[in-house]
Design a protein. Structure first.
Length: 447
């Protein structure tokens, strides 16, 4: 029983340890989810959306009457008047006081009945701006996802480059040891041995540079995720094979048609056209008359009156209702200029929309061409790598036997290293472009 309990306890401890280790590993999807919650630029776009929602509420509230209360209190001193007459409401007050106090109280209401549909168009426009702000949030999210994906794949590439440079350095060190043996046996000159030592130093330098590149990519990723640079972060390193590289590519025309329906920048561009069209209608309202209704109720008091405060408020109480009509006759070309500028802006935004569509098509077509070229380069580079490895292995074996010189060995080694670099460059370029193409087609980002 005790043994069973001990085994169970060890199993649970191992499971918890494994879960803790996995929780510290950052996958691509985890990076994206974390950035969407914490990225500052994205949070700012969300705040802009909230501000646009407030603008909609303000535009709607402008349809209702405004109501305000006002009161004024004054102390009047007439040092040289022996007697004064003051009108307070309906009362004429005669007083010999040199200093008097008076107050007024009023409630005022104002309502714009009609102003050329300006307010209704402003409500429609504020709603469009709110939708644009919402699409801007989505657009920033998409940009963030693309940036994180690019950095993540660059980190995978840099990590593989580090491994290649580590292996190259180990081979160079082994070759140097063999060269030292040949030198002691008199089969290798001091100059050739120095070249081998220089090659080891060069490989060490390349390893340091590749590790620095990997650290820089990790730092850039942390900045996008708003994680401090000193915070430990372990990325999930995915092993991608040839099937991932040579996966069939979607048709760029189909991707473009799908992107026209789903991409937020396209939807935002269409809403910008609608908003600009409303600007024209708003500018036209300057040609129309404006009708408003105002009403007020007020009273006043004076300390010189014989009545008390309540009686003065009652006797001085007055109510007023009025209607105002404002008809533009000549406004120094203000309305006409505003309308012309709004129409020009409308035409400009229409052309901008065409430019956005062209840029989208160019982006998708470029990604498709790059992906196709990267796949072809990967096939050629993989074939070249096989032949380079075979050639290098043969030359290295012959060098160990003293049958090849140092120049031939280093030439084949550099060819082999170059072929390795070409393979991983084409590999990760093809994967990146394929992932982005699928993303533009409306699919989630997946490696």
């Amino acid at each position: 029983m005790n043994k069973t309990f001990l085994v169970t306890l060890i199993s649970l401890f191992s499971a918890f340890s494994l879960m803790a280790e996995e929780s510290n590993v950052w996958s691509l999807n985890r990076c994206i989810d974390y950035a969407i919650k914490n990225n500052i630029k994205l949070q700012q776009s969300r705040l802009a959306y909230e501000q646009s929602d407030v603008d909609v509420k303000m535009a709607r509230a402008d349809m209702f009457p405004s109501l305000s209360f006002s009161t004024n209190h004054n102390v009047v001193n007439r040092p040289f008047d022996e007697n004064s007459n003051t009108v307070s409401g309906s009362e004429i007050i005669s007083s010999d006081r040199k200093t008097t106090y008076n107050g007024s109280y009023g409630i005022n209401a104002n309502w714009t009945v009609w102003n050329g549909n300006r307010r209704r168009n402003l409500i429609k426009q504020s709603k469009s701006e709110r939708e644009i702000a919402s699409l801007t949030v989505e657009e920033v999210e998409n940009q963030l996802k693309e940036q994180i994906t690019q950095l993540y794949i660059q980190i995978l590439y840099a990590n593989e480059a580090v491994k290649i440079n580590e292996n190259t350095l180990e081979v160079s060190k082994a070759t140097l040891l063999r060269g030292e043996e040949l030198y002691r046996a008199g089969s290798l000159s001091k100059v050739d041995l120095s070249q081998l030592e220089t090659e080891v130093a060069n490989d060490e330098y390349q390893l340091v540079m590749s590790k620095n590149a990997l650290r820089n990519y990790n730092l850039d990723l942390k900045q996008l995720l708003e994680i401090p640079g000193t915070t430990p972060m372990e990325l999930q390193i995915i092993e991608l094979d040839e099937s991932d590289v040579l996966s069939p590519l979607p048709n760029h025309e189909e991707i473009y048609l799908a992107a026209l329906q789903m991409r937020p920048e396209i939807k935002s561009g269409k809403l910008n056209i609608e908003s600009s069209k409303l600007d024209v209608a708003i500018a036209k309202s300057g040609y129309y008359p404006q009708i408003s209704i105002n009403a007020s109720t007020a009273s006043n008091t004076n300390s010189a009156s014989a009545d008390n405060w309540a009686m003065q408020m009652k006797h001085g109480w007055n109510n007023m209702v009025g209607i105002n009509l404002s008809l533009p006759l000549y406004d120094n070309r203000q309305a006409k200029s505003a309308k012309q500028k709004a129409e020009l802006q409308y035409n400009s935004i229409q052309m901008e929309m065409e430019n956005i569509q062209k840029e989208l098509y160019q982006t998708i077509e470029t990604m498709r061409l790059d992906a196709d070229n990267a796949q072809q380069q990967y096939i050629v580079a993989s074939s070249k790598l096989k032949s380079s490895k075979t050639s290098y292995d043969m030359i290295n074996e012959q060098f160990s036997l003293g049958m090849k010189n140092i120049v031939e060995l280093l030439t084949e080694k550099n060819n082999y290293l170059s072929a390795q670099q070409e393979v991983i460059q084409a590999k990760y370029m093809a994967i990146l472009e394929r992932v982005l193409l699928n993303f533009y087609a409306g699919n989630p980002i997946e490696l």
